[in-house]
Design a binder for this molecule. Structure first.
Ligand code: SIN
Ligand code: MN
Length: 201
């Protein structure tokens, strides 16, 4: 059963996906990762990110010494695979928009991985929301403000939770402090997967 929580304009849909839907989604994501393997992007400051990534869709999110951007190809030179219909169905259900996302960023958090507070601001039109889907281990999601600094609030995201970051909260700072490695049985070897769906152009 889904329960909804509003925190600072983020629409947090706890339990949006039941376990069978999570398993089906995971199968589709394994196919994405086979076609476009996970890699560790470098930050513009030259440090490798602790989260490993890949993408599906017209664009993939990429970062190196030249900065954050969307790229038309995986670093190996292959096209990003199409966004699976199971993922698009989640976008449709929570946004009700006709416009489909151009990018599904797949983030994999192994033991000790985290993501610092940031804004999602590499897209052309902030009128479209970003939709996040969590699978696997619990992740401590921190929500800040429209500018860096100030008080923050945190919520544990669990497997099957979906967050819609849109409207006035579209540019709110957010990040993942830590995961509870091994807390979920969805991924046999542990870890957390987070998908973020974005309209890029
Ligand atoms: C992100 O902001 O790109 C990821 C958020 C999350 O892992 O929950
Ligand atoms: Mn983000």
């Amino acid at each position: 059963m889904e329960t909804r929580l509003g925190i600072r304009g983020f629409d947090i849909r706890k339990g949006h996906l039941e376990r069978p839907a999570q398993e089906a989604l995971l199968d589709d994501l394994r196919a994405v990762i086979r076609a476009a393997p996970l890699f560790s992007p470098q930050t513009p400051y030259g440090k490798p990110m602790s989260v490993r990534m890949t993408s599906a869709g017209k664009y993939g999110w990429y970062s190196d010494r030249s900065g954050y951007r969307y790229a038309a190809l995986h670093p190996s030179g292959v096209d990003w695979p199409p966004i699976p219909p199971s993922v698009l169905a989640i976008w449709d259900a929570v946004t009700g928009l006709d416009r489909k996302p151009d990018c599904c960023l797949v983030n994999f958090y192994g033991e000790g991985a985290r993501m610092g507070l940031h804004q999602d601001r590499d897209e052309a039109d902030f009128g479209f929301p970003v939709v996040s889907v969590s699978l696997g281990d619990d992740g401590l999601f921190r929500i800040g403000n429209a500018t860096r600094g100030g008080k923050t609030e945190s919520v544990w995201l669990q497997s099957g939770d979906v967050v819609v970051m849109g409207g006035p909260a579209r540019l709110t700072y957010h990040g993942v402090d830590r995961i509870r490695f091994g807390s979920s049985s969805l991924l046999p070897k542990g870890g957390r997967i987070n998908l973020t769906l974005r309209v890029v152009d």
